[in-house]
Design a binder for this molecule. Structure first.
Ligand code: NAD
Length: 434
């Protein structure tokens, strides 16, 4: 099939690469010319394991290309996926402006198309959004939805860091459709993936995406709540979570306690769901606390440091891991942001290292020192704080650097070294007198 994908970000790139790998011809669209140029010269605009090599092969094979010309991309395809950003507004509610502007151009282009065109919303949008786009699309295209063109909703569940693997081997594919022709096209497109296809209404598909993220975020905040209680009782939260995770009703996933969740999805999506829910007349108190606890959690690292080492004012702190999680250069809502902000606020001098995310982080904090290795960051530091569990941090011999303390926000190591070590939710051995 000929497919156009509007939005060449994390989701657009991974979706496009996957469809091209399955044998389709894919055109990616973006308003940012640098991204388009990067793709056309066989380079990935983002870091994601395995993406660079696959993208280069597919571009060279003529299966994948990119353009800023959305109209041409829509004209020469049968399906358009909309994968533009849906960021949070200041008040947490969803900003749908990118969706509206993309859908308007797609619909205007459909006006002069003779054949049936399917438009699939892939971005995460609050329940009811896809349905509410139909009158706008009919107006701009002069055509009838369900007859001349199809509208579907297909939420994305990839995890950054293992996005290609997730996209090629999804647990399930959720498809919100209104008409049988759209269903048939999507069934054919996705059939090579051998994953269960769940056909529901577009509004249900939208709600499934939010519910999945709200549930996973709740599991993490729940684990962090228990970790903070474990600290009080001298109990190791990892052992507790292993103990409950073996119960098949609970499962071992998303029970890692630590500095909290970040990324482009969980915080934004839970806030958008809260906002939409409040707007509809129901206040979801549980979800509000999931976010509030998550906002407090990175500051627990500083609290632990001060409990053990006293004031951090004037201390040299090496922060390892700036991305919101390992294996990505994405720093959106990374817990390193409030952590570094608070460290600076309290008078610490910060040296930071990340294997991939330094350049992105530098845009937010241009004034701190960045190093090109963990070792360089640790030389001369008083305290080390681990914010993202890149595997290389587990290999560090912390005893080499004369640190007074390691604060592990992700439990990358077990505190077997001589260097004093505290981890969130790990029984803390206090200095004498504490
Ligand atoms: P992103 O910010 O990385 O990419 C969005 C892209 O859309 C950008 O390159 C931007 O320039 C482009 N864009 C914006 N308006 C445009 C327009 N009018 N025409 C063409 N291009 C336009 O975002 P992302 O992380 O890929 O997320 C996209 C959507 O998918 C969001 O709704 C997000 O919540 C959802 N999602 C993201 C993930 C993830 O892990 N990143 C996972 C599942 C779902």
């Amino acid at each position: 099939m000929n497919i156009s994908i509007v939005g060449t970000g994390y989701v657009g790139l991974i979706t496009g690469t996957t469809f091209a790998k399955l044998g389709n011809s894919v055109t990616l669209v973006d308003v940012v010319k640098e991204k388009v140029d990067a793709v056309n010269s066989g380079r990935s605009p983002i870091y994601e394991k395995g993406l660079a090599a696959l993208l280069k092969d597919l571009v060279e094979a003529g299966k994948l290309s990119a353009t800023t010309d959305m109209e041409e991309a829509v004209r020469s395809s049968e399906i358009t996926f909309v994968a533009v950003g849906t960021p949070s507004r200041e008040d947490g509610s969803i900003d749908l402006s990118h969706i509206y502007s993309a859908v308007e151009v797609v619909s205007n282009t459909m006006r002069n198309k003779k054949s049936y065109h399917l438009v699939v919303i892939k971005s995460t949008v609050i329940p009811g959004t896809t349905g509410s786009l139909i009158p706008l699309m009919e107006k701009h295209s002069g055509k009838r939805a369900g007859k001349d063109f199809g509208v579907a909703m297909n939420p994305e569940f990839l995890r950054e860091g293992v996005a290609l693997e997730d996209s090629m081997n999804p647990d399930r594919i959720v498809l919100g459709v209104n008409d049988s022709k759209s269903e048939r096209i999507l069934r054919e497109l996705y059939s090579p993936l051998k994953a269960p296809l769940l056909f529901v209404s577009p509004t249900t598909a939208e709600m499934i995406k939010y519910t999945a993220n709200a549930f996973l975020a709740t599991k993490i905040s729940f684990s962090n709540e228990i970790a903070n209680i474990c600290d009080r009782f001298g109990v190791d939260v990892d052992e507790v979570m292993r103990g409950i995770g073996l119960d098949h009703r609970i499962s071992p996933y998303f029970l890692q306690a630590g500095a909290g969740f970040g990324g482009s999805c969980f915080p934004k999506d839970v806030k958008a769901l809260i906002s939409a829910s409040v707007g509809s007349g129901y206040t979801p108190h549980l979800l509000k606390e999931v976010i509030e606890l998550n906002d407090r959690q990175p500051l627990r690292m500083i609290e632990l440091a001060e409990r053990y080492s006293g004031s951090i004012d004037g201390k040299k702190v090496a922060v390892l891991g700036l991305s919101f999680k390992p294996e990505t250069d994405d720093i959106r809502e990374s817990r390193a942001i409030p952590l570094v902000r608070e460290l600076i606020e309290r008078g610490a001098s910060v040296t930071a290292y990340d294997p991939q995310a330094t350049e992105n982080f530098r845009r937010i904090f241009p004034g701190i020192l960045y190093t090109t290795s963990a070792e360089e960051a640790l030389i001369g530091a008083d305290i080390c704080m681990i914010q993202a569990d890149w595997s290389e941090f587990g290999e560090i011999d912390y005893d080499k650097y004369g640190l007074e303390l390691v604060v592990d926000g992700r439990r990358t190591q077990r505190g077997e070294s001589e260097t004093p070590y505290v981890g969130i939710g790990r029984s803390v051995k206090m200095k004498e007198g504490d």
